[in-house]
Design a protein around this ligand. Structure first.
Ligand SMILES: NC(=O)C1=CN([C@@H]2O[C@H](COP(=O)(O)OP(=O)(O)OC[C@H]3O[C@@H](n4cnc5c(N)ncnc54)[C@H](O)[C@@H]3O)[C@@H](O)[C@H]2O)[C@@H](O)CC1
Ligand SMILES: Nc1ncnc2c1ncn2[C@@H]1O[C@H](COP(=O)(O)OP(=O)(O)O)[C@@H](O)[C@H]1O
Ligand SMILES: [K+]
Length: 505
């Protein structure tokens, strides 16, 4: 699914109005109709509905919702905030309709003191500002936003299109923004919805299709995408009936150290479950029995080091190993760093670099430019910060992420609720699967194993990283469904990988 900027969404509206064709008041009627239908399912017709409307088209949506709910018998109050003398044409049109049909529902707010007393059980609809917001909200309007937020413990708050005060394409940190329980947004996700700093504003996001013209959506290029099953299906390729284990690559996993062999085992198991042809694990001597007993399907190579690996640079080159996954539980000894440096002198295929291997790169940043082009880095936010520094907000961090991916010719996967995958061509994919049950030790090690397996099977790095993140999250979702988010562990993500694959097919 493409993610459009506020300016592109305006273009999509205009394109639809011109090409469908439909009047702009008609498009507003359609969009607001979807919201009214959603509200009717959620709230009984006896629920008092307080709709706060601005003077632009977002307020226009609010006025249409008011009329449609009044028609269904809901007690509605449409509160119009007089933040500007002029209203948009579509707002004016729908205000006139409401004035003709239900004049008693209208109420004007021109100052903070005009805020109405809400009856018990009332629901608040926020239709103050939408994608037309052009600066942070100030003055008495900011006061109204704070008053609505003060009511959210008692009254449900539903934002139309975007919580008022939230900018769609840049940071709204430290500015007044509505804290909605639900956001009903039109046609597609806005970039702001996918960033952790805005989690407290949107609540649950519901995307309502409003029939924006499909030609605009397919023809308009965008940097940002949200992965979905349709996209994943085009990436996945089924196995060849005449395949043998050589077809799906021999991968090497360099992982584990004394006390952290579990990370290596989790990665190895996930790599095998994700379809690698052959897997060898390079572990320190203390890990030999552990790996051999835990995972009989993997071969095991031991390092000269007893507790930490430091001799993996002497391994055969790319002719033997199709790809390498390195980092889970590896440790950050100086000797390990030296071995990584020497490995990079001769290994030239795209690799997967995670955990302690990332930590080594942040201590020896000159190694970053020596990584094989097209390699995949999988930092969590703290590892990202160690590697590339801090950013003032999530939008700046996204810019930094993308700049580094382009500059270093790497795929950088920044983990989180919507894992962000930055590609060397400047595009950015947000992963749509996964849940907070995956915020548990070892989840990342599982991802490393999956990505390594997909590279070994000849997926391009871009395909591997998008498909791998999606499968990982989806397996996590299935695990949570069966076991609860609390009880699931990283091992359960591996167990559910099979069902995740079946879902793609
Ligand atoms: N035909 C269309 O274009 C459609 C638009 N739709 C709705 O239209 C919305 C966008 O409407 P608009 O472009 O009119 O914009 P908004 O309704 O978001 O607000 C624009 C108005 O607010 C003022 N304003 C902006 N920032 C302000 C601030 N910080 N303080 C005070 N006033 C401020 C502007 O000067 C303008 O009067 C969407 O979010 C969506 O809800 C939907 O009805 C779908 C169809
Ligand atoms: N709230 C969440 N929603 C979706 N995915 C999550 C959430 N929390 C964690 N994850 C996923 O779980 C994984 C955690 O990785 P990481 O922090 O490296 O774990 P570890 O170091 O313990 O292996 C990442 O892929 C991340 O995207
Ligand atoms: K709004």
């Amino acid at each position: 699914m493409k993610i459009f900027t506020a300016a592109q969404i305006r273009e999509a509206d205009a394109f639809t109005i011109r090409e469908e064709p439909v009047s702009s008041t008609g498009l507003m009627e359609r969009a607001a109709g979807k919201c009214a239908a959603w509200l009717e399912v959620q709230f009984a017709p006896t629920t008092p509905v307080y709709i706060f409307c601005g003077k632009g088209n977002n307020g226009g949506d609010g006025l249409v919702i008011a009329r449609l709910l009044l028609q269904k018998g809901y007690p509605v109050r449409a509160c119009i905030l007089q933040h500007s003398a002029k209203a948009s044409a579509d707002h004016t049109f729908h205000l006139q309709l409401l004035q003709q049909q239900y004049p008693a529902c209208l109420y004007e707010i021109g100052a903070q003191g005009d805020f109405p007393v809400l009856p018990a059980g009332a629901v608040i609809i926020d239709a103050i500002f939408g994608t037309g917001l052009n600066k942070p909200v100030e003055g008495w309007m900011a006061g109204i936003i704070h008053q609505i937020n003060d009511q959210r413990a008692i009254h449900p708050v539903v934002a139309i299109d975007i919580p008022s005060g939230l900018l769609a394409d840049s940071s709204s940190l430290h500015t007044p923004v509505i804290q909605a329980h639900h956001t009903l947004s039109f046609e597609c996700y806005k970039l702001a919805f996918l960033l952790p700093e805005n989690a407290g504003f949107t609540g649950h996001v519901h995307i309502l299709p409003i029939g924006l013209h499909p030609d605009y959506i397919t023809q308009t290029p965008t940097r940002y995408h949200l992965t979905d099953r349709e996209m994943i299906r085009t990436i996945y390729h089924p196995r060849d009936p005449f395949a043998h284990k050589g077809t799906y690559g021999h991968a090497l996993l360099i992982a584990g150290s004394y006390g952290k062999m579990g990370a290596a085992v989790l990665s190895a198991k996930a790599c095998l479950r994700a379809g690698v042809g052959l897997l060898s694990c390079h572990v320190p001597q203390c890990g030999y029995d552990i790996m051999q007993i835990s995972e009989p399907c993997a071969m095991c190579v031991t390092d000269e080091g007893s507790t930490h690996s430091a001799h993996f640079h002497t391994l055969p080159d790319g002719a033997t190993y199709k790809t390498i996954g390195i980092g889970p539980g590896l440790g950050t000894q100086t000797a390990t760093a030296r071995s990584l440096e020497r490995l990079l002198e001769h290994y030239q295929r795209p690799m997967v670099i995670d955990a302690d291997a990332l930590n080594l790169l942040s201590v020896y940043p000159y190694l970053l430019s020596r990584l094989p082009q097209g390699s995949i880095l999988t930092p969590h936010p703290k590892e990202f910060e160690r590697l590339f520094g801090t950013a003032a907000n999530d939008f700046d961090r996204l810019t930094l992420l993308s700049q580094q991916a382009v500059h270093l010719h790497l795929y950088i996967l920044l983990k989180g609720r919507y894992t962000a995958i930055a590609c060397p061509d400047g595009s950015l994919y947000f992963n749509s699967t996964g849940n907070p049950g995956m915020a548990t030790g070892g989840s990342g090690d599982v991802l490393t194993g999956i990505l390594t397996a997909l590279l070994a099977q000849d997926y391009t790095p871009k395909a591997a990283v998008i498909l791998g993140a999606w499968l990982h999250g989806y397996a996590g979702d299935l695990a949570a469904e069966q076991l609860s988010q609390e009880a699931m562990t990283a091992t359960d993500i591996i167990t559910h990988l099979g069902a995740a694959f079946r879902h793609v097919i």
